[in-house]
Design a protein around this ligand. Structure first.
Ligand code: SAM
Length: 284
């Protein structure tokens, strides 16, 4: 595997949002240093990375964040540095002592009932980002009452769909992502975890999902992606169903709640981790 380290100078207030966009772009880990961050990418073409970073800058500018254009530095990480140092970023993550998310090379001594093994590649979702962690905690917190049918919209590495299958083995999940590379990664991860039979993967979005409704929908997506899709979320959620929305910044809470209200949803629970919130919603 070839690794690229991308160093970007950023203002402190834009670090959280920039990290999120960089994870979406395929960063496998992000190191925050004073005044800049280093994002690590595996097996990515340097030109594609440069174009992706420019898109991140565009999104940051649209969100009103200052951007220092001249500040990108992309360097190859020597293989020996990767072996020596890189793996340390992927540590096992324990969720409520019932779920452990870990890369294949990490073992845990503590006895944990369910393990989700994620091979860090380009897809978002190693469990290290607060938005994923909020989702995993919410799913694990419901492990006694999880339904057997779920839609995971924006599945990334497949982490949430796989965690659900581990906690509720008889489930039939649909995992959807517009990014074919994410679906490729999700398929591999499902096989690695022995849950391939329980998940149908779709490259696409709502329109590509078979015509059915769900008792539970997972959506770790940004607010600007969620809001235009709210009528479709509404149509796809069963009458007493639940949606877990993550990927929303604390500063976006009010506008998100207004949009949910206008679309006939009630927020029944909210949880915050770092600068991010998770909203659990139902039909009003
Ligand atoms: N579910 C994983 C997690 O919780 O870590 C990954 C979440 S990641 C933040 C969001 C994913 O949604 C990305 O993989 C992106 O490609 C995908 N995505 C963005 N817009 C989408 C859309 N309209 N329909 C389906 N997937 C979408």
């Amino acid at each position: 595997m070839r690794w690229l380290a991308c160093t970007i100078r950023l203002s402190p207030e834009s670090i959280d949002l920039a990290s999120y966009y960089l994870f979406e772009l395929g960063a496998q880990g992000i190191q925050e240093l004073e005044g800049h961050i280093i994002a690590y990418f595996s097996d990515m073409d340097e030109k594609d990375l440069q174009t992706g970073i420019e898109a991140v800058f565009h999104d940051l500018r649209s969100a009103g964040m200052p951007v220092f254009e001249e500040s990108i530095l992309i360097e190859a990480v020597p293989q020996e540095d990767w072996h020596a140092g890189w793996r340390k970023y992927f540590k096992p993550i324990l969720i409520d002592d019932i779920l452990c998310v870990r890369p294949p090379w990490e073992k845990v001594k503590k006895r944990i009932e369910h393990h989700v093994i994620i091979e860090p590649k380009q897809a978002f979702g190693t469990g290290n980002h607060a938005t994923t962690r909020l989702m995993l905690e919410a799913i694990a917190g419901k492990h006694h009452v999880l339904p057997t049918s779920v839609l995971d919209l924006g599945t990334g590495s497949g982490i949430l769909a796989i965690a659900h299958c581990k906690l509720k083995p008889t489930s039939q999940i649909i995992g959807v992502d517009i990014d074919p590379i994410a679906i490729e990664n999700a398929v591999e991860n499902a096989e690695l975890n022995g849950v391939a039979e329980g998940i149908k993967w779709i490259t696409g979005t709502f329109d590509d999902v078979p015509d059915q409704s769900f008792p539970m929908i997972y959506a770790n997506l940004q607010r600007h992606i969620i809001i235009p899709l709210l009528p479709q979320f509404k149509a796809r959620l069963q009458p007493d169903g639940t949606i877990l929305f993550s990927g929303i910044l604390v500063t976006e809470e009010v506008s998100m709640r207004v949009a949910l209200d206008e679309n006939g949803f009630s927020v029944i629970r909210q949880k915050q981790l770092e600068e991010w919130i998770l909203l659990e919603v139902r039909h009003s």
